[in-house]
Design a protein around this ligand. Sequence first.
Ligand SMILES: *[C@@H]1O[C@H](CO)[C@@H](O)[C@H](O)[C@H]1NC(C)=O
Ligand SMILES: *[C@@H]1O[C@H](CO)[C@@H](O)[C@H](O)[C@H]1NC(C)=O
Ligand SMILES: *[C@@H]1O[C@H](CO)[C@@H](O)[C@H](O)[C@H]1NC(C)=O
Length: 237
Amino acid sequence: MDFAIYSLALASLGWTVLATDTSLVINKVLSPNVNRHAGSLPGKIHIRELDWTVSADQWNWTHPTSITTPLPPHGTKQAPEAALDRTTRNDTNDNTHLQQAGSPVNKTSPPFDLIIMSDTLYVPELLTPLLDTIYALCTANSNPKGSSLDPTSQGTSSDHSPSSLPPPTVYVGLERRDPAFMESAISLARDKYGFVTTRISGRRLAVAVGKAGVKWEDIWDDVEVWKWVLKPKGETQ
Ligand SMILES: *[C@@H]1O[C@H](CO)[C@@H](O)[C@H](O)[C@H]1NC(C)=O
Ligand SMILES: *[C@@H]1O[C@H](CO)[C@@H](O)[C@H](O)[C@H]1NC(C)=O
Ligand SMILES: *[C@@H]1O[C@H](CO)[C@@H](O)[C@H](O)[C@H]1NC(C)=O
């Protein structure tokens, strides 16, 4: 299984990683894989439960195991086996922001430099919860308390506090099993949430994979990597 592979790869490059998933996947796959392989890596991997259906104003960055601590049961559906890795670079400059936000030294809270998610677009009913979650993580860089924002109100605020950081770049790995659904997911991210969405060309992917010593295989041709960046506030179009 490769549920920890992005986290392990990033930690091997020296990044501090916050790996998130559902508690089931964490217990069965993610934690065991990280524990088995991460010990010798230069970066550190933190693991937290993140239920996409819990709105950002309920998030708890100081809880040791879950950003979305279990709420009273009301049939909350958790995101299934998708891995959403959140990373922040091992960069001491960021500590000022973390300290201002009252966070511990361990980097398990915003601001983040990079968000990587893979195979997270697959069920229509989880699309809005996922995009709400990603949007909240991206806006948390300029609003580290992580309050839930209404994406439709984007652009109406003009505050640029000195502590604001640009939103993290989001890399989205997907397999185009259902092209119509993928198109609608990407359109929604672009039109409702204000992400600039760019596909990394297949040729560039093959070259990058080749540099790691792996030959691109035809069965991967439906795999795409997209780069999403939230447009700065106030920018139109
Ligand atoms: C990460 O930060 C720690 C503590 O500040 C430092 O000792 C370590 O060398 C850093 N690792 C990298 C890869 O920068
Ligand atoms: C967040 O989690 C911490 C650690 O479990 C807990 O002490 C705190 O009360 C929680 N905060 C909220 C708002 O639930
Ligand atoms: C960082 O987290 C580890 C457990 O992951 C804990 O043992 C350590 O005390 C924490 N350090 C700080 C400074 O909070």
